[in-house]
Design a protein around this ligand. Structure first.
Ligand code: KIV
Length: 299
């Protein structure tokens, strides 16, 4: 894939047709977007999970459309390869279809390639309208975090026959409404595999087992940034909590003992030959001080 041509929804459909697994990870800022993009992930999700992992809320409900636009713009600005999908937050697409289209458009104007919204059959009309506005929609069914209160917390969905039937119907409804892909979150492996095999559009699983067409994780979970958070579906591919707190601890020690900053990380004066004598510069007022701070702009 060319680095200047971002992954499109057509590329994602081709990947499903060719049985190539789709990789998706969250990023909420430019630093992580660059890392995730340079590592070669197919899709970056600017998830409203940022309400929990960045803002420190207990669920995603407080997140606003303005905040999603802000984070989406930061990610889109630096992403060169991956497809950037930005979450529509709670209440940004529930009140009216017109509002949903306007809010989806706002995210696209800030750089999103597509938007994601939660819900099945009950969101079909909204998905259809947003797609008609030329904005690709990724759907999200199963455990939908914005349904925190109606689902009674973060609970695995689709375990009873009736609940499984509802999920099957939801998956078909969002596909029929024009969604280009669907996230399956927190549902039994066998059901997710069956839905994935039935649908023409790709399924992206999180806590939905191996049968999905792709997988998504929250980047901080994958990296092991929060030692206290280890649900069953998360695999930590690194233990960065220890690496980061270790580095910060060393910094604290070195500042306290005076080991940092040493000469290698401090600015000296520049010695110049003036009339045969070696004379220190950089002590005669504000201009040389600026030079010392901002670098060798003097010749
Ligand atoms: O907000 C998010 O990060 C998500 C993923 C967990 C799928 O919706």
């Amino acid at each position: 894939m060319s680095p200047t041509k971002p992954v499109s929804v057509l590329d994602l459909h081709r990947m499903k047709a060719e049985s190539r697994k789709i990789t998706m990870l969250t990023a909420y800022d430019a630093v992580f977007a660059r890392l995730v993009d340079q590592a070669g992930v197919d899709v970056i999700l600017v998830g409203d999970s940022l309400g929990m992992v960045v803002q420190g809320h207990k669920n995603t409900l407080p997140v606003t459309i303005e905040q999603m636009a802000y984070h989406g713009a930061a990610v889109a600005r630096v992403t060169e390869h991956a497809h950037v999908v930005v979450d529509m937050p709670f209440l940004s697409y529930h009140v009216s279809i017109e509002e949903a289209v306007r809010n989806a458009g706002l995210l696209v104007k800030e750089g999103a390639h597509s938007v994601k919204l939660e819900g099945g059959a009950e969101r079909a009309a909204t998905i259809r309208a947003v797609v008609q506005a030329q904005i690709p929609v990724m759907a999200h069914i199963g455990l939908t975090p914005q349904s925190f209160h109606t689902q009674g917390g973060f609970k695995v969905q689709g375990r009873s026959d009736a609940a499984a039937d509802k999920l099957r119907a939801d998956a078909l409804a969002v596909q029929e409404a024009g969604a280009y892909a669907v996230v399956l979150e927190g549902i039994p492996t066998a059901l997710a595999a069956e839905i994935s095999a039935t649908l023409e559009i790709p399924t992206i699983g999180i806590g939905a087992g191996e049968g999905c067409d792709g997988q998504v994780l929250v980047i901080y979970d994958l990296l092991g940034m929060d030692k206290s958070f280890k649900p069953k579906f998360v695999k930590r591919f690194a233990e960065l909590h220890d690496v980061i707190t270790g580095a910060i601890g060393t910094y604290i020690d070195e500042v306290r003992t005076g080991a940092f900053p040493d000469d290698a990380h401090s600015f000296g004066t520049k010695r110049q030959k003036v009339g045969g004598e070696s004379k220190a510069t950089g002590t005669e007022g504000p201009k040389p001080l600026l030079r010392a701070v901002y670098g060798p702009t003097d010749s």
